[in-house]
Design a protein around this ligand. Structure first.
Ligand code: AMP
Length: 215
């Protein structure tokens, strides 16, 4: 079989980024993540769409969803170029899910399930290396020296949208828009529910087993 097409669903802070890296290492697939793609294009001029903000960054800093027209195009281009992928951060509403159904076939749809209180704690304590993108947590996985990356010595920063106010907004946007996406795949009988609590290694063991069962 060619490389698997994996969709990783879950709320912000569920560990999709960490587990995507495991999938990439194990299966040699492409990591397609709309969050990173949009962060690299925060200042792109989208004023022709005549929407609330003139750039993706306006929506992101408010914790809102970037318009479908922008995000769908990013995903279509990325998937066309990939031989197997793990898709993370998309689809985030039903329109995106239906668009995705029309452009690709999925082998595995996995949902990382984590309780709400733990998500807030994970996100507000998250720190990211400015240089290499390595992830830390001030309490759960601190670097050896505060504010400095163990891997490359880069500076650790908080994402603009990981402040408590924006985190709460992102979680309520998730409840309203993305929960129906989970139901969409559940109804099709495609969803593997994974307990997302515990260490990254424990979650990976469960996720890996679920992927093996589906491929
Ligand atoms: P993430 O890194 O996945 O948490 O995404 C950060 C921000 O990027 C989100 O809060 C949204 O503003 C935007 N974003 C990422 N993926 C999508 C998507 N599929 N649809 C709309 N907006 C998105």
């Amino acid at each position: 079989m060619s490389q698997p097409n994996v969709l990783l669903l879950g709320p912000p802070g569920a560990g999709k980024g960490t587990q995507s890296s495991n999938i990439v290492q194990t299966y040699g697939v492409e990591h397609v993540t709309t969050g990173d793609a949009l962060r690299s294009n925060k200042g792109m001029d989208i004023s022709d769409l005549d929407v609330e903000y003139d750039t993706p960054g306006g929506f992101m800093d408010a914790g809102e969803l970037v318009p479908n027209a922008v995000v769908n195009e990013i995903v279509k281009t990325a998937l066309r170029e990939a031989d197997g992928y793990v898709l993370d951060g998309y689809p985030r509403n039903l329109d995106q899910a239906e668009y995705l159904d029309g452009i690709t076939g999925l082998d595995v749809v996995a949902f990382l399930d984590v309780p709400r209180e733990e998500l807030v704690e994970r996100l507000t304590g998250r720190r990211i290396c400015d240089e290499c993108g390595a992830n830390y947590h001030v309490e759960f996985s601190p670097p050896e020296e505060a504010g400095v990356c163990d891997e490359c010595g880069g500076e650790l920063v908080q994402r603009d949208d990981d402040t408590e106010e924006t985190v709460r907004e992102r979680l309520s946007v998730y409840d309203e828009n993305t929960r129906p996406v989970i139901e969409h795949y559940d109804e099709q009988g495609e969803l593997s529910r994974i307990d997302g609590e515990g260490s990254p290694d424990e979650v990976w063991e469960r996720l890996h087993t679920a992927i093996e069962e589906r491929t």
